[in-house]
Design a binder for this molecule. Structure first.
Ligand code: ADP
Length: 812
């Protein structure tokens, strides 16, 4: 039922009457308006077609619409339309009563005018009426026409214009009503703020009454009672009572509603929401994906806690829109975690014989290294949980540390993953970022495990000595945990959050030096040193390993490219200066590419590289052979130095000039070398007589000591013997043998102290065709490191002091 408050009832009523009832006697007799006396009975209304209604109470000035279904009511409307369009609208006491009698109806109704009639397809009518006058029902009958309709004999009751109450009483009542109405309206959502405001602004009691009654949602019995009261004070009093009652009922109703909602229970609500979400996802085709995650998680049969955590993520996924950023993050997360090799393992077969064969096949030489690696593997096989079984291969770049790691993996049947630690300075590099960070990722360990695809791979941590730490946390602390078999059973990455077992992983690390490896890490590792390669070794490595490897890599057959032996040596001598074979391998790769190009462009069917033609393909020689003096000379001595690229022959020159005892040093001489020079000069003074040197040389001679730039030696002090020999030779005029080379530190009293890098230094001497090498006597034990080929071809002199050195070096 729609109730429309009529704004200007009087005017519209007048207009309508004019339209529908053009000037009739009735209008003239109409005593409505101010001249109408109380309880006047309006003759023209006395017998009216009546329409009994259910649950609706119409008031004067109220516009109401309702459906008319009963034939007798339909006929009543039709009858009214034939005459003055007036009907008597009266409410039924009992909404279910059908065969209506007077007693089934209330006592008071409303004389209304039909404003609009709509006929429905079922021959029912929908009418819009406007209440005009309140009227009392006196008799209720049926018409005696062909189409009988309800007929009512009514007595119009006009509102009394006075009231028994005082003005103040009425006003007080109005205020109370407004207050109560405010409360009531607050509980009724359909009351708009505007409407409430306009009602509260009403000063006229009559209008206040109408406005509230027309808009409020009262029980029809209450409305009927309001209709039946005449005196304004009575009506207002009852209205207040109804408002109070309704407000209370509404409040209780609201309470019940919220309680019911609460009792509905969180679980139940969640279930319903989940179900709704499921249906929505199903319709969007997302269901499969969630289910897929769920089954994959359950199939892994992980620890209960991990499973729960992952399933929770899937649940979260369901609650998020498909295209949201968070969905993307969670899917990424789940994909990462599910990709981890939770249950996949390689079958490891520790067969030392086979491992040995693999290592032998992959690498030339490295006898000691292979032996120690095999020992380590054997111990690991017997007692896998022994700590400190982590091999750390230490040596210069390109000596095969990484490739040994790879071979070990192959020998043991483990997957191989290389993790470079160079430049890692942040804990999160190892352990990942929490997934709440934008663009978060797991750390290198978890990534390596994903890459490996099995729980028990071999992970090679390359350049563990190049890790640094800063304010973002120390990566070595995280590495400690990774490498510790006690702790790595439950390795936790910040991103994946769930613990992962690393205890079955075999770790191998590599480093260039042990000096920068943090002590606690170093403690856990077994250091295996790999020294630089000799020229011969490089030659063999190139011939037996690097060339076949590069040929294969470039898709060439052995018949298409050949590097002659002298070509290999040329590559080693003139195009590389390194401890390992990395640049050598790169140069061989270059030659392969040149060959491929020539073959493809059909310039040649095969290429053959020799010492003479290599420069045509690789450009000018990059390194000139160490300049060894070819004849015995005064003041020129072959020193031996050790550099990052291995051993080098480093001739040292001394020139004596007229002067005042000054010493000039030029060339690649570091501070330590300068100190050695000072000692050398002092020692020479002390033995001047013995070698026929004028002891006054410090007053009238200047010395110029020069070391050619060729290579920058790492160890300064070992040039002590070389420098002294050169100075003695220069001052005494005695020649130095050009086929002698030397190394050793000296003291002021002429003692020769041991030095490092003997193997590399002697190798360099041998390479240069030196016949005799003078080394400190203290280095005798290191002779076992010296290559056999060197020992066979070079004579060694073990010098305790400089006398011995000079004895062998100077031409007598
Ligand atoms: P590192 O890790 O020590 O820097 P790599 O393992 O990268 O060195 O070695 C560089 C290249 O030289 C690789 O191709 C490797 O196979 C090869 N290589 C190094 N040493 C040997 C060797 N003894 N026998 C065969 N190949 C070798």
């Amino acid at each position: 039922m729609d109730i429309i408050k009529k704004e200007k009832p009087e005017l519209e009523k007048a207009e309508l009457e004019e339209k529908n009832n053009p000037v009739t006697d009735n209008t003239e007799n109409d005593s409505s308006g101010s001249g109408k006396s109380d309880y006047d009975i309006l003759e023209d209304y006395d017998i009216l077609p009546a329409v009994p209604v259910r649950g609706i109470v119409a008031f004067p000035k109220m516009v109401v619409h309702f459906d008319v279904l009963r034939p007798k009511s339909v006929n009543a409307v039709k009858q009214a339309l034939k005459t003055n369009r007036k009907i008597f609208v009266i409410s039924q006491r009992d909404v279910f009563a059908e065969d209506l009698k007077r007693d089934d109806l209330y006592r008071v109704g409303v004389v209304a005018e039909i404003r609009q009639v709509l006929r429905t397809p079922d021959d029912e009518l929908r009418v819009l009426v406007e209440g005009i006058d309140k009227a009392e029902l006196l008799t209720f009958t049926e018409s005696e026409t062909d189409d009988p309709y309800y007929e009512a004999y009514v007595e119009v009751i006009s509102q009394p214009s006075y009231t028994k109450a005082s003005k103040a009483e009425v006003e007080a009542m109005c205020r109370s009503i407004k207050k109560e109405f405010e409360k009531y309206a607050a509980l009724l959502p359909r009351m708009t703020g505007e409407l409430v405001k306009s009602i509260l602004c009403q000063d006229d009691p009559e209008e206040l009454f109408e406005n509230i009654v027309f808009n409020a949602n009262f029980q029809s019995a209450d409305k009927q009672e309001l209709l039946e009261k005449y005196d304004i004070m009575d009506r207002l009093t009852f209205l207040l009572a109804v408002l109070v009652k309704e407000t209370e009922v509404l409040a209780i109703e609201n309470d019940i509603n919220s309680q019911v909602k609460e009792n509905f229970g969180k679980n139940q609500r969640e279930n319903i929401l989940r179900e709704q979400m499921r249906v929505i996802s199903e319709q969007l085709g997302e269901e499969d994906e969630d289910e897929d995650y769920r089954t994959r998680i359950l199939n892994l049969k992980l620890d209960e806690k991990i499973t729960d955590k992952l399933l929770r993520e899937v649940d979260r996924l369901r609650s998020l829109p498909e295209s949201s950023q968070e969905t993307f993050v969670i899917k990424n997360y789940l994909d990462t975690v599910l990709e981890l090799p939770w249950n996949k393992e390689s079958r490891i077969k520790v067969n030392i014989k086979k491992a040995e064969a693999v290592l032998e096949k992959d690498h030339f030489g490295l006898k000691k290294v292979k032996e120690r690696v095999l020992e380590s593997i054997a111990v690991n096989a017997i007692k896998p949980d022994v700590t400190g079984q982590i091999i750390c291969l230490v040596g210069p770049p390109g000596v095969g540390k990484t490739s040994i790691g790879k071979s070990i993996a192959r020998a043991l049947g483990r997957e191989y993953v290389r993790v470079s630690l160079g430049g890692v300075r942040d804990e999160s590099d190892i352990r990942g970022h929490r997934k709440t960070y934008v663009g978060a990722m797991p750390g290198r360990i978890i990534n390596a495990m994903i890459q490996a695809g099995t729980k028990n791979p071999l992970i090679l941590f390359d350049e563990i000595d190049k890790m640094s730490n800063d304010f973002r946390g120390d990566p070595s602390a995280a590495m400690l945990e990774v490498l510790d078999s006690e702790q790595n059973k439950e390795f936790r990455d910040h991103y994946t959050e769930v613990p992962f077992d690393l205890s079955k992983v075999m770790f191998i690390t590599t480093a260039n030096t042990t000096q920068t490896i943090p002590a606690p890490l170093l403690d856990r590792m077994e250091i295996i040193e790999i020294t630089s390669y000799t020229r011969e070794e490089k030659f063999h490595i190139a011939k037996e390993h690097l060339i076949p490897k590069q040929l294969k890599k470039h898709g060439l057959k052995a018949s298409q490219m050949k590097i002659e032996d002298d070509g290999i040596y040329r590559l080693i001598d003139s195009y590389t200066r390194e401890a390992g074979v990395r640049t050598l391998e790169r140069n061989i790769g270059s030659l392969c590419r040149k060959t491929a190009k020539e073959i493809v462009s059909e310039n040649a069917k095969k290429l053959r590289f020799t010492a003479d033609n290599i420069s045509r393909y690789l450009g000018h020689e990059k390194y000139i052979k160490d300049v060894k003096s070819e004849k015995d000379e005064v003041g020129v001595v072959n020193g031996l130095a050790w550099t990052a690229a291995g051993g080098v022959l480093m001739p040292l020159e001394v020139l004596v000039l007229e002067g005042k005892g000054g010493v000039t040093l030029t060339g690649s001489l570091g501070d330590v070398m300068k100190e050695s020079a000072g000692i050398a000069v002092s020692y020479t003074r002390s033995v001047a007589k013995k070698y026929g040197i004028d002891p006054k040389f410090v007053k009238n001679r200047d010395l110029h000591i020069h070391a050619p730039e060729g290579a920058v030696p790492k160890d300064g002090p070992s040039a002590g013997v070389t420098m002294t020999t050169a100075i003695v030779s220069a001052l005494s005029g005695k020649k130095v043998r050009c086929d002698v080379a030397m190394t050793g530190e000296i003291t002021l009293h002429g003692k020769v102290l041991p030095i490092g890098g003997l193997r590399e230094k002697t190798m360099a001497a041998y390479k240069e065709g030196i016949k005799k090498v003078i080394i400190p006597a203290g280095n005798k034990p290191d002779m076992e490191d010296v290559e056999d080929v060197v020992k066979e071809n070079v004579e060694f002199v073990f010098a305790e002091n400089l006398e011995t050195v000079l004895e062998h070096a100077l031409v007598q």
